[in-house]
Design a protein around this ligand. Structure first.
Ligand SMILES: Cc1cc2nc3c(=O)[nH]c(=O)nc-3n(C[C@H](O)[C@H](O)[C@H](O)COP(=O)(O)OP(=O)(O)OC[C@H]3O[C@@H](n4cnc5c(N)ncnc54)[C@H](O)[C@@H]3O)c2cc1C
Length: 446
């Protein structure tokens, strides 16, 4: 009899498990269950549909039901799994109980809802799914002065999308600079300056303390001020969605994410379980710099974990290593990238970073339309690179990805400073700003 693989979650982690396993194994029975209506779409594209850069939400949907039917994958949507019974290798949804031989939990994360009075008022939104995006898209048509709480990557991409609709946009951020998980303050201030030049109102070091209104939100109160607003998007991060797993006795760590071994098998009663895996935003991973558990809220991590789980199901003995979380946000014309730790995070973990900064051009000085590029590299006291931040209107992703590779290989700033980089006037300067920033750490007086 063929084995039955059951996957809870049809997002960036769950669906790659199904399709990768199916590619290599035509016999195994595969069931994927999601409580959402939509699946196999890119949430990452949502801000760009709202900004008008992408013509419709339909473009974000990559696969339909037929695609999975043709692959002989049984995809059940609009259905919530209510129980996992590990002792009996079964799950429950509605009144239906199904048995599994292998279970994958890929239940994602949920937006954090901060304890702000008035958060349940009409006109207050969270963004985690296409369904949420439809609601926001409808509401924004009659909005004049939306507010975003949280200047993270999603908050700022959405703020810019609202700005493109000609609205007066206000962003409220608790920390003293924007993109606090990606950037240090000096780098965040470069982004703030750009956003202010677009007439976006940015309030850093500002705590939203109440949302006011009878039925619908009318004002936001923050740092003793009261600002009129008719739409609030709360974008202050996500928490692993682990209730199902916890109810089944599966262990979670200090981050709130599911604990796994390197093969992404879950732990219960102190032992890793052979036939139950977890992947994506519901699990905790290990930070490559701090060596501590961390949460990656990235789609790029979720997909890589899904592939590792698929490989293990196929008997390949694949492991998922530590993460440096290379991330990039695109806000208007600006690309903002970060990998490894920020200065604040390093200090929180007892690492006292040395920093080197460089400002250069993305093309040869004489070549038209070169853009300014800002680079900051952080190293530890052994001169190993622990983080890199890059801001420019072009050329950010390649540099962040290169640094991700180098951080993974425990590269020193000396090696970065002397590394060979390619050059052609329309796309680079002779000395890459990455090497110049690394040099500033070795020879600070230069
Ligand atoms: C607006 C936005 C922009 C983003 N931009 C980027 C970006 O640029 N780059 C990047 O790397 N990441 C980005 N992300 C993050 C990325 O989308 C997530 O990291 C990724 O989707 C996580 O994948 P996942 O499979 O773990 O969770 P999800 O994709 O959220 O999937 C979770 C699945 O679990 C299902 N589920 C949960 N509980 C149950 C249950 N009880 N029963 C049945 N089904 C259940 C859900 O229905 C869903 O199908 C963005 C996210 C958003 C919202």
């Amino acid at each position: 009899m063929s084995k039955h693989l059951v996957i809870i979650g049809a997002g960036a982690a769950g669906l790659p498990v199904a399709s990768h396993v199916r590619k290599k194994n035509k016999d195994i029975e595969i069931t994927v269950i999601t409580d959402r209506e939509y699946f196999a779409y890119s949430p990452c594209g949502i801000p760009f549909v709202l900004s008008g850069a992408i013509s419709s939400f339909d473009s974000l949907i990559m696969r339909n039901e037929e695609y999975y039917r043709d692959l002989n994958i049984n995809l059940i949507n609009r259905t919530s799994v209510t129980r996992i019974d590990i002792d009996n290798n079964s799950i429950l949804y509605g009144t239906e109980k199904i048995k599994y031989d292998i279970l994958v939990i890929a239940s994602g994360a949920k937006p954090i809802s901060p304890p702000i009075p008035g958060i349940d008022l009409e006109g207050v939104y969270f963004l985690n799914s296409l369904e949420d995006a439809f609601k926001i898209s409808n509401a924004i048509t009659s909005s004049k002065n939306p507010t975003i709480i949280g200047a993270g990557a999603i908050g700022l991409e959405m703020a810019h999308a609202f700005l493109k609709k000609g609205l007066k946009v206000r962003v409220i951020e608790m920390k003293d600079h924007v993109l606090p998980n990606l950037l240090d303050k000096d780098m965040g201030d470069i982004v703030s300056e750009y956003l202010s030049s677009l007439k976006m109102e940015i309030h850093t070091s500002t705590v939203a303390s109440a949302l006011l209104g009878d039925k619908k939100v009318e004002y936001i109160q923050a740092n003793g001020n009261k600002y009129p607003t008719d739409l609030v998007l709360v974008s202050v991060g996500v928490r692993p969605n682990v209730k199902l797993a916890v109810d089944a006795g599966i262990e979670t760590g200090a981050t709130g994410g599911i604990i796994t071994d390197a093969s992404l098998r879950v732990k219960r009663k102190g032992r890793f379980i052979e036939n139950v895996y977890a992947c994506g935003n519901c699990v905790e991973a290990t930070d490559i710099i701090t060596h501590k558990p961390t949460i990656s809220a990235l789609g790029s991590t979720a997909i890589r974990q899904g592939i590792v789980v698929a490989d293990n199901i196929l008997g390949k003995n694949s492991v998922f290593g530590s993460i440096s979380s290379p991330s990039i946000a695109v806000v208007g014309e600006l690309e903002i990238g970060s990998v490894g730790v920020t200065k604040e995070k390093a200090i929180d973990y007892g690492i006292y970073p040395i920093e080197g900064k460089a400002r250069g051009l993305t093309r040869a000085r004489y070549y038209p339309r070169g853009e300014e590029i800002y680079v900051k590299i952080l190293s530890d006291s052994d001169y190993r690179v622990i983080g890199t931040q890059v801001i420019s209107k072009e050329g950010v992703k390649g540099r962040i990805d290169a640094m991700s590779l180098l951080i993974g290989r425990k590269t020193t700033v000396h090696q970065v400073a002397t590394s060979e980089t390619s050059y052609a006037p329309p796309i680079s300067s002779v000395l890459d700003p990455l090497t110049m920033a690394a040099r500033k750490i070795i020879e600070p007086e230069e």
